[in-house]
Design a protein around this ligand. Structure first.
Ligand SMILES: NC(=O)c1ccc[n+]([C@@H]2O[C@H](COP(=O)([O-])OP(=O)(O)OC[C@H]3O[C@@H](n4cnc5c(N)ncnc54)[C@H](O)[C@@H]3O)[C@@H](O)[C@H]2O)c1
Length: 323
């Protein structure tokens, strides 16, 4: 293991959240000293169970600049994961809220890090920066074509601006910025249920496990998505911060695509349930297809191998629900 992280004080904003808590765990494995700043809007202290005593926790709302300044105190590296990260059910009718909160957190956090003299910084962007008509699988170069994905447009603009700001700060202030664009994270045991604001896999697992019959699935079922396990995403975020702080964005995803209809079948198989499945096309389904061109990821991290299969990750969520 590289000595880069040993005893480093690393700020993880949103570290009590789904992906963030796995980032914290990964950092602990690398002997770093994580500081978590989170307002617990969707994150929970339980997400830190098992390693809470090894983490410094700061309860702060990072939309406020003064709180961002408190968050960065004593940190040597900052990884900015805090965001109102909701599924399409919320995002498609709250673009203003998604834009404002994403911008407030991103702009204030990077500026606070700069003022505190932190050079190494991770911007967590998203695949939602890509337009609806982007080529599939989508390479990183398409992020500023047209408008972001229409169902997540406000959020997508916010993340685009976070990337732009980081580029300027790298050029003008010598900051070393890593930028990652995760596709859909899934798996693990820590997803916080967000009612109709939830992401697709936890939403479906919960409804299947609660015995919904017929199982009503949003959209035609033909829309495709590309999933990456949350522990793989977390590990790649840490690796990118260490090894690719060049300002060049990297997709955290690959060419594998699964339709929502097929995904439902995987969930039903793993859960051992057999409800009638009905597709509700009056509900938003987001983009028709979504998959990442993973060439850059493979080039930058040639040693990366996915740790868990799609079915394996779904098994974890089903087991968590049962427990
Ligand atoms: N989950 C995905 O598939 C996915 C895909 C692409 C990008 N991302 C990005 O990854 C990051 C983590 O997302 P996640 O899925 O773990 O979501 P999450 O909701 O579990 O985590 C976000 C965390 O940020 C915290 N937070 C929200 N508003 C805050 C505020 N004002 N001040 C302080 N903390 C605040 C929440 O409490 C939560 O702990 C986000 O930046 C998100 O945009 C996630």
């Amino acid at each position: 293991m590289s000595p880069y992280w040993k005893d480093k004080a690393v700020l993880v904003t949103g570290g009590a959240g789904y992906i963030g808590s796995y980032v914290v765990e990964d950092l602990l494995r690398r002997d770093a000293r994580p500081i978590v700043a989170d307002n617990l809007e969707t994150g929970t202290i339980e997400n830190l169970a098992g390693f809470r005593e090894r983490v410094e926790f700061r309860n702060l709302d990072l939309r406020e600049f003064s709180n961002c300044r408190a968050a960065v105190k004593g940190a040597e590296v900052a990884m900015n994961l805090a965001a109102r990260a909701y599924g399409v059910g919320h995002s498609h009718k709250n673009h203003g809220d998604m834009l404002t909160s994403t911008l407030q957190i991103s702009l204030n956090m990077l500026e606070a890090a700069r003022l505190a003299g932190i050079r190494r910084y991770l911007v967590v962007s998203t695949s939602c920066v890509y337009p609806d008509d982007a080529v599939m699988p989508t390479p990183e170069g398409c992020a500023f074509d047209g408008t972001p994905e229409s169902a997540n447009e406000g959020y997508g603009w916010g993340k685009r601006m976070a990337e732009i700001q980081a580029g300027y700060y790298a050029r003008e202030h010598g900051m070393e910025v890593a930028i990652v664009r995760p596709f859909n994270a899934y798996g693990g045991a820590r997803y916080t249920w967000k009612d109709e604001k939830s992401h697709v896999i936890p939403m479906l697992v919960r409804r299947v496990m609660s015995g919904e019959d017929p199982l009503v699935v949003w959209g035609s079922g033909r829309q495709t998505r590309s999933f990456m396990h949350v522990r793989d995403i977390a590990r790649l975020m840490v690796d990118a911060t260490e090894r690719h702080a060049t300002g060049e964005p990297v997709n955290l995803g690959d060419e594998s695509e699964i339709s929502i209809a097929d995904l439902v079948q995987v969930i039903l198989r793993v859960a051992g349930r057999n409800p009638k499945v009905v597709f509700d096309t009056s509900k938003p389904e987001g983009k028709a297809r979504k998959s990442a061109d993973g060439s850059r990821l493979r080039k930058v991290f040639p040693d990366f191998k996915a740790g868990v299969s799609l079915e394996g990750g779904i098994r974890e969520i089903v087991a968590t629900y049962r427990a």
